[in-house]
Design a protein. Sequence first.
Length: 550
Amino acid sequence: MEDNKKNVLLEIRDLRIEGYSDEKWVEIVHGIDLTLHRGEVMGLIGESGAGKSTIGLAAMGYARDGCRISAGSVEFDGIELTTTPESDKRALRGSRIAYVAQSAAASFNPAHRLIDQHTETPVHYRIKKRMESQEDAMELYEKLRLPNPREIGFRYPHQVSGGQLQRAMTAMAMACRPDLIIFDEPTTALDVTTQIEVLLAIRDIVDQFDTAAIYITHDLAVVAQMADTIKVLLKGDEVEESDTRSMLESPKEDYTKSLWAVRSFKRDQKSRPAGDAIPVVSVKNIDASYGPVPVLKNVSFDIYAGMTVAVVGESGSGKSTTARCITGLLPPTKGSILFNGEELPADYRKRSKDQLRQAQMIYQMADTALNPKVLISEIIGRPAAFYGGLKGTALKARVDELLDLIELEPSKYYNRYPPELSGGQKQRIGIARALAADPTFIICDEVTSALDQLVAEGILKLLDRLQKELNLAYMFITHDLATVRSIADEVVVMKEGEVVEQGPKNEMFKPPHHAYTDLLLSSVPEMDADWLTNVVEQRGVDNIGEAADT
C-alpha cells in the first residue's frame, strides 16, 4: 500500500473550476477527484460539456481563457500546481507534462519543418542539444512507425498525411520524456485504418517509457483500447469510475449504460426509384489532378432525390476531392457532372446563380466554418438574401423559420455569436446556412466526426428529418462506418482516387467484400479491451499501418 502511494504521479482532490458567463462566474466542474499512478492510462469520457478537456488542462495547472480553478488541489509529483508560480508551471509544461491536441494540422506551425518544431522544447530546456534532439526525433519516428523516419522530419506539416502528423505530434510530446501526457481526442478526425496506427503508436510509446497518460475521448471503443481505468463525466460531475474491463462488462449507472447504447439510430434504407428516374447528381467517369499529380481516376456514381450516398475511404482516397469537383471548385480533367440530367459547367464561376444555389455544403469543423465575429442571424441570413433576394422582415422571418427547422429557438439564438454555442449547436447553424439557399442537394463532409456520440446521433436524426421533409439528396463523406450504417442508402468505397466498390448499404455490409472494404470494416474499433491486441496479432505489426501510409 505504501509503495502504491509513492507511485502516485497526479492527485486531484475536490477540483472546482468556474467559467465566466453573462457577467458572472459559474461553476462548471464540481468537486472532481482523480488519482493517476506512473505508467497508468486513465480515460475521461462523456458528452460535450462534460468537462473532459477542462479537467485535462487543469492537470497541467492550466485554465483556458474565461475559466479559473476556484478550489481544490492539483498535485503533480508532490508539486501543488494551484499555488505554484506561473513561471514554474510553464517550466513543467512541455518538459514533464505534455499535451497532444485533437487537431495536429491546426497545432503545428505550417512555416516550420516537423523536426525543427520537435527540437524546440528540449533545446529550450537544455535537456538535449539540437543535433542530439534531431537524432532522438528520428528514433521516435521509427518507434512510431512513421515512413522514412530519417527523412520525414524535414518535411513541412502540409507535406504529410493527417495520421502521420498526429504521430509526429505524439513524438514531439515525448521529446523531453515527460512523466505525464494529456491526449485530447487525438484520433477523432482520423479514418479507421489511420486511427489504428495512431492508437497502437500511442499505446506503445506509453508502455516503452512508462509514461502516465490521461486519454480524453468521446469514443467508447477507442478508450477501451487505451485506458487502464475509465472515469465517466456529465456536466462537470463524476458519474462513475472503474477499471476498463469492469466498466465495459457491467457499468453501474444509467447514464453510463446510455453511453454504451448510443448510435441506436437506424433510418429505413431507401431503394433507387424504379423506371427512368433521373438522378439529382450524376458523376460520370471523372478524372482530376492537382497540378501534374492525378488524384481521381474514372469516378462514377449517382445520387437520387431523397436518398443518401455515403462515400467512404481513408485520408487521401479522394472523397473530398470528388466533392470539390461536384461543386466546381476543382474542374475535372475528364468526364462530366450532371445535375438533374443537365451537364454542369466544370468551373463554378461559369455556373448560374440557380445552379450554385441547388448544391450546398456542410463542413466538418463548425468551429472554423463559422465566422466567430458574425451574428448567427447574419450567418444564416446571408445566403437567404443572396439567393432568395430577401430583406427586412421577410429575411428575419426566413432566419427564424430556419432556426425552428434545426430545433433552435429563434429568440435565444438570433443575436448570438458562434463561440457562445456548443459544438452540436454550431453544426446545426451550419446545416441552417446550407438550407438557407433552398438547395436540392447537400454535401455533408464529415459533419459528425468532431462531435461526441450523443450529439452526433442528434445531428443524424435532424438530417434524416430534414431529408424527409424537403426531399433532399445527400452525399455523406465519412470515415465512420457506424454513421454509414445509421444513415446511408448506398455506399461508395474509394481508395487512391478510384471507386473500388459501390452498391446498396445492406449488400455492402455483407461478405464477400472487396479486400479494401474488408480492411475498412475490420478496422472499426469494438467495445472489447482486447480488440487492438487481437488486430495486431492477426495482421502483424508491420502490416497495421500499410493502408494508412500508402
